[in-house]
Write a protein of this length. Structure first.
Length: 173
């Protein structure tokens, strides 16, 4: 017999996932601290437009992260999926691909000053799908070239936000 605290017996599990709620709370707390840090910015980064406050872009990113984090506890319920495992069952090990992804992104982000933002974005768009097992090389190549081109068009040409060119890009062009 089910108690009223268990929620409706529709087979989808509880409305709010406890583990996801804890993770969401941590994300919101970190974002709140970083939001405060943005109030200490005195000038806009060299590559960004000068007609906005220096805290504008970081705050947009932080608000987006918070909104996504607030949906996290409800994600399994909204998707209609049952929990993959009971809460008392041990967690699965993190796949090696996850660690490789983190290492690759760390390496690529560290190259931004040398390679530039657009070249770095091309690397991310080309290497991550391959790391994740996509073997449609033509599709990946098109994505790796067209997506950064679209980002450049929208941000640099339309919004007039300048990306870091890096040391490599001026040598190539």
């Amino acid at each position: 017999m089910r108690s009223r605290q268990d929620g409706p017996d529709d087979g989808r599990g509880p409305l709010i996932d406890r583990a996801d709620t804890v993770i969401a709370a941590i994300i919101v707390a970190v974002a709140a601290a970083l939001f405060y840090v943005t109030s200490t910015f005195e000038q806009v980064a060299k590559g960004l437009s000068q007609n906005i406050g220096p805290e504008y872009f970081p705050r947009i990113v932080l608000v987006t992260i918070v909104l996504l984090a607030l949906a996290l506890p409800f994600e399994s319920r909204m998707s209609g999926r049952k929990r993959a495992r009971p809460a008392d069952e041990p967690r699965e090990r993190i796949e090696i691909r996850t660690w490789l992804t983190a290492a690759l992104l760390t390496l690529i982000v560290s190259l931004i000053e040398v390679a530039g933002t657009i070249v770095t974005l091309v690397l991310v768009c080309g290497l991550l799908p391959l790391l994740w097992g996509d073997r449609r090389f033509r599709v990946v190549a098109l994505f790796a070239l067209l997506f950064p081109a679209a980002i450049k068009l929208v941000f640099e040409d339309v919004l007039k936000v300048r990306f870091e060119p890096g040391l490599l890009l001026p040598l190539l062009f």
